[in-house]
Ligand binder design. Structure first.
Ligand code: BEZ
Ligand code: FE
Length: 294
């Protein structure tokens, strides 16, 4: 069709896309155009602002590397990752779910670790933690599930962020036993600022937002016949539980991390904490996420 006024553009683009054979691709791309055009009409960007917007998108791509995923970060700070997570878990967002966003730091192929084994793979400071966990579905134990665990150090960094850190420190892969249990020993994580050197950091600064995540452990629980559970368990005393920069905290995900009177069993002389936590799987498809970094 011939374009005469701004109002014609949306009709013309939707019409041009209307023959897309794949119905899902047609729906997604037409909805994208409808919403993007409505957004542009609402904010009426100047041409200079339009250039700045495109530059922002380009900088997300330019900041990507095998060890840094700026695209995940940007969708996290915009709340999109959490929205997608909640829409896909807990009956489409209607009920509380045990799921939380993946974040940019999961690495596949972390060391297979025996039940009760340690995630400390080299010199690591900070209080120690013994986590005793159970995986259930409909109240029944889920045996032989693959469980990935990863978390930050007490300095607030993942091992891939620190030059010279022990490879795969504070990461490991477990299997649940016949009772659906797995346990591991590690060093307590701290809250941390997400990486702010890229465009996502510029956005936070422009909005006067802090970059902090409350301290947490990450988990992926994968077992054929169930929806793969991607989640986090937060430390109950953290000051940022209600202002997580990526909106990941729900009440069900706050763990009861108890300080023990006993010394840490590894002879480190550090304080010792214990966590008991049960994960609940939902029916659905088992599918591991794409690793955000190598
Ligand atoms: C994380 O929990 O690892 C994370 C999530 C979102 C942004 C940055 C880090
Ligand atoms: Fe994290």
């Amino acid at each position: 069709m011939r374009i005469e006024t701004e109002a014609d553009v949306t009709t013309a683009v939707l019409e041009a896309m209307s023959r897309t054979p794949d119905p899902r691709v047609r729906h997604v791309t037409q909805a994208l155009v409808r919403h993007l055009h409505a957004f542009v009409r609402e904010i009426r960007p100047s041409e200079q602002e339009f250039e700045q917007g495109l530059e922002f998108l380009a900088r997300i791509g330019q900041a990507m590397s095998p060890t840094h995923n700026e695209a995940v970060l940007a969708s996290d700070v915009l709340g999109i990752s959490t929205l997608v997570c909640l829409l896909n878990n807990g009956d489409g967002g209607a009920t509380e779910t045990a799921a939380a966003l993946l974040g940019p730091f999961w690495r596949d192929n972390s060391p297979k670790t025996e039940d009760g084994g340690s995630l400390i793979r080299g010199e690591t400071r900070g209080p120690r933690l013994m986590a005793q966990c159970r995986v259930l579905a409909g109240g029944a134990p889920v045996a032989d599930a693959r469980v990935d665990v990863w978390h930050s150090s007490i300095e607030g960094f993942y091992e891939n962020q620190v030059e010279g850190a022990p490879e795969m420190n504070l990461r490991g892969q477990f299997r649940t036993n016949a009772e659906g249990r797995f346990s591991f020993f590690t060093a307590l994580p701290a809250g941390y600022p997400i990486p702010t050197h890229g465009p996502s950091g510029d956005l936070l600064r422009a909005q006067l937002r802090h970059p902090m995540r409350p301290a947490h452990l990450h988990f992926i629980i994968h077992k054929e016949g169930f929806k793969t559970l991607v989640t986090q368990v937060f430390i109950d005393s953290d000051p940022h539980l209600d202002s997580d920069v990526v909106f990941g905290v729900t009440s069900a995900l706050i763990g009861d991390y108890r300080r023990s009177e006993e010394p840490a069993p590894d002879g480190s002389g550090e304080d010792f904490y214990q966590l008991d936590y049960a994960f609940h799987l939902e029916p659905g498809e088992a599918r591991l996420p794409l690793p955000p970094i190598a």
